[in-house]
Design a protein around this ligand. Structure first.
Ligand code: BES
Ligand code: MN
Ligand code: MN
Length: 445
């Protein structure tokens, strides 16, 4: 297929600002769903539907059915995260632009570019004998509630011989990966209230409690300077990776120094020093503060003691931790750490259990082989620090969930100047084309 044409088509998809968490973009999410549906029809699916459309629809596609051929369910998401801070983008987030072989746009790597890659790989050769099914959702970045409900209501949607998810990256250029775990997530707002209204900081300062100060102390009680999370019971179910797994990570092309200098681009790393950086990123839970609201943040100066302050926080969870348990633990910790004169409350916005995937299905070998044929190197097993909420539900029907991706670690997901390298895209189309063919052949045997 003509690369210029492919690039034009992908750019049209990327131009749709399908930000699922902002209601102002509901129409755009709809437009992105329509784009996906149209693409599925072009691929020959005769059963294309919008499912669970109370919010952003899940796009379902299936057929034509080939008797006896293996069934491959392809999962992806057409929604993206908000693009701000806008001023930091070299070119606007929804005006895709190619520079130095890189395509810059919100969603280029997460996940529109990868969905595009999976779909175009089907059209890249005579259609292999595979029964393709598609679940492309529009709420992944907001917790995937619609798709959860759908899978619960209609579990047969996830019945397949394999489920393919390309929403991750290589571990390094030239090193494709297949992921054995995803972290879960518990997203919450913690609010503290210290008085009925804001107070004059001269009349009251020195004797009245300050909501921001109380919130700051509460947050640092939850997670200390040493990086340890002090929520009672939190680490209880956390297991260390096996010796074999830790030894395998040592062989990956990952240098802590490069991670600091080239990726974080800061002056130092934090966290539990006893553990390697990869273990901190992949196998340990986190507590992060995303933003703090309340008090006076306008221009100029105002001498006031804020009565209320709120922090948006989240915790990443690792295998064996349970979302529901962790939510209860955080609530209890907040109650326990807040002094008596403070009213503290927690509101949960969304969450996901962690996922753990065994690589024992033959389809993992086929993907490994496909990468080997195209790149000269097969997949290395790795873990992912990020979350894809619906993966445990996708796995619930028993099909192996293949977690992989064509991005690179420095694609700047969710951040300004997100990009996808075009080489990754063209290689990716070849890789998945080969994978589909191998899968089709395996079905004939
Ligand atoms: N594609 C990412 C998940 C990801 C990123 C996995 C990097 C592995 C490595 C996905 O789109 C994502 O960002 N998920 C959210 C989920 C949340 C909003 C419920 C996340 O991880 O923050
Ligand atoms: Mn994604
Ligand atoms: Mn994302």
């Amino acid at each position: 297929m003509n690369r210029d044409q492919l690039l034009n088509e992908l750019s049209a998809f990327l131009r749709i600002p399908s930000v699922s968490t902002l209601p102002a973009h509901n129409q755009d999410c709809r437009a992105a769903a329509e784009w996906v549906a149209q693409e599925l029809r072009r691929l020959g699916c005769h059963d294309v539907q919008f499912l669970g459309s109370e919010t952003h629809p899940v796009v379902w596609g299936a057929g034509p059915e080939i008797a006896g051929a293996p069934t491959l369910l392809i999962y992806g998401h057409y929604d993206v995260q908000p693009p701000d801070p806008l001023a930091e983008w070299t070119t606007p987030p929804f005006e895709p632009s190619v520079r130095d072989g890189r395509l810059y746009a919100r969603g280029a790597a997460d996940d529109k570019g990868q969905v595009f890659c999976l779909l175009k790989a089907i059209a890249a050769s005579p259609r292999p004998p595979v029964n393709f099914r598609f679940l492309i959702e529009g709420e992944e970045e907001y917790g995937s509630k619609v798709l959860f409900d759908l899978v619960e209501r209609e579990p047969q949607r996830v019945h397949a011989d394999a489920i393919l998810v390309a929403d991750m990256s290589y571990v390094a250029p030239g090193w494709p990966a297949v992921y054995t775990t995803l972290r879960g997530l518990a997203y919450a707002e913690i609010t503290v209230r210290t008085s009925k209204t804001d107070l004059h900081s001269g009349e009251y300062g020195g004797a009245a409690p300050n909501a921001h100060e109380e919130l700051a102390r509460l947050l640092t009680r939850i997670k200390g300077e040493d990086g340890k999370i002090n929520i009672p019971g939190f680490y209880g179910p956390v297991q260390r990776p096996s010796k074999t797994e830790l030894a395998a990570w040592k062989k990956l092309p990952f240098k802590e120094k490069d991670f600091l200098n080239k990726r974080v681009q800061g002056k130092g790393l934090v966290g539990l020093r006893k553990y390697s950086v990869l273990e901190r990123l992949w196998a340990l839970p986190t507590f992060e503060i995303h933003g703090v609201l309340g008090g006076f943040t306008g221009e100029g100066a105002k001498t006031v003691i804020p009565a209320e302050a709120t922090a948006k926080v989240s915790m990443r969870l690792v295998p064996n931790q349970k979302l529901k348990t962790v939510e209860r633990q955080l609530e209890a910790a907040v109650k326990r750490f807040a002094p008596k004169y403070v009213t503290a409350s927690v509101r949960f916005l969304h969450g996901a259990d962690p996922a753990q995937i065994k690589l024992n299905d033959p389809s993992f070998k086929l993907l490994d082989q496909a990468f080997k044929q195209v790149l000269g190197r097969g997949t290395v097993p790795a873990r992912a620090g990020g979350s894809i909420p619906v993966v445990p539900a996708l796995a619930s029907g028993g099909a192996p969930v293949i977690l992989t991706g064509i991005g690179l670690p420095d694609d700047r997901l969710h951040a300004p100047n997100e990009k996808l390298e075009l080489k990754q895209l063209w290689d990716g189309i070849e890789v998945f084309r080969t994978f589909y063919e191998l899968l089709g052949e395996s079905g004939r045997g």
